[in-house]
Write a protein that binds this ligand. Structure first.
Ligand code: SF4
Length: 251
């Protein structure tokens, strides 16, 4: 039986997918987005955070069975609330084998995978196919800009988007609106062109930049170094999606 590292479990979540949900935050992410507001999710190992309120451990090791038992204990409540479990991170697919084992032990609970899309194709297929809904981040279509702002190539992400479309699992595209980086007309139009006509696409969610993104870095012993002007407001541009016939909303 596999074990995995979880840095938070949020019960009664109402913004992480349909209905009432439990959100499990899996630790570890191969990206280094300069706007990341969960820096404690980046390292795969448990770590002690040193905040103003004292020390806190981020990262608890669970066996797949122990995590599934905890989630199944909430299954009746999740069904009444027409919700389910959301697996987020970090990047949940960084622990894909563990996650697949957890999902296999869930008792008929709706599963939402919230992913950056950056993963080996086999890992992506395995977990996405076990999910009822996928929240898929698309940040930047230009590969040079993607590498500069997230630290990784976007080709695996775009490939996995095509895989997701082939699998037929419904998905929502999530776009963080980072001022001057992802929120430009050129990037948003490129995203609209990339996803237009994909049958599984439910809608586009635009997420304005969270001004508090840097709050937790010091507690993690990290330095917040945004690659953009934090004082700028996000450009909220729905028209390039609407003109492509796509359903879009700001969340
Ligand atoms: S993909 Fe998400 S968790 Fe990973 S670095 Fe980017 S914002 Fe942070």
């Amino acid at each position: 039986m596999l074990t995995g590292v979880v840095f938070d479990i949020k019960e009664f979540a109402v913004h992480d997918g349909p209905g009432l949900r439990v959100t499990v935050f899996l630790k570890g992410c191969p990206l280094r987005c300069s706007w990341c507001h969960n820096p404690e999710g980046q390292s795969p190992a448990p770590q002690v955070l040193h905040g103003s309120a004292g020390e806190r451990l981020a990262g608890v090791t669970f066996s797949s069975r122990a995590l599934a038992v905890r989630l199944n204990s909430l299954a009746a409540w999740l069904r009444v609330g027409e919700g389910g479990v959301t697996f987020s991170g970090g990047e949940p697919l960084a622990q894909a084998d563990f996650l697949a084992e957890v999902i296999d032990q869930l008792a008929g609970v709706h599963v939402l995978l919230d992913t950056s899309g950056y993963a080996e194709e086999d890992s992506f297929r395995k977990v996405a196919a076990k999910s009822q809904l996928v929240y898929f981040d698309l940040k930047l279509i230009d590969p040079v800009a993607h590498l500069a702002h997230t630290g990784v190539d976007n080709q695996p992400i775009l490939r996995n988007l095509r895989v997701l479309n082939e699998l037929g699992v419904p998905f929502v595209i999530r776009v963080p609106l980072i001022p001057g980086v992802t929120d430009t007309g050129a990037n948003l139009s490129a995203i609209a062109r990339t996803v237009a006509g994909m049958p599984g696409l439910q809608r586009i969610d635009l997420l304005p930049y969270n001004q508090a993104a840097g709050a937790k870095y010091a507690a993690c012993g990290m330095i917040f170094e945004p690659t953009f002007d934090e004082s700028e407001r996000s450009n909220i541009n729905l028209s390039c999606f609407k003109s492509a016939g796509l359903k879009v909303r700001v969340v």
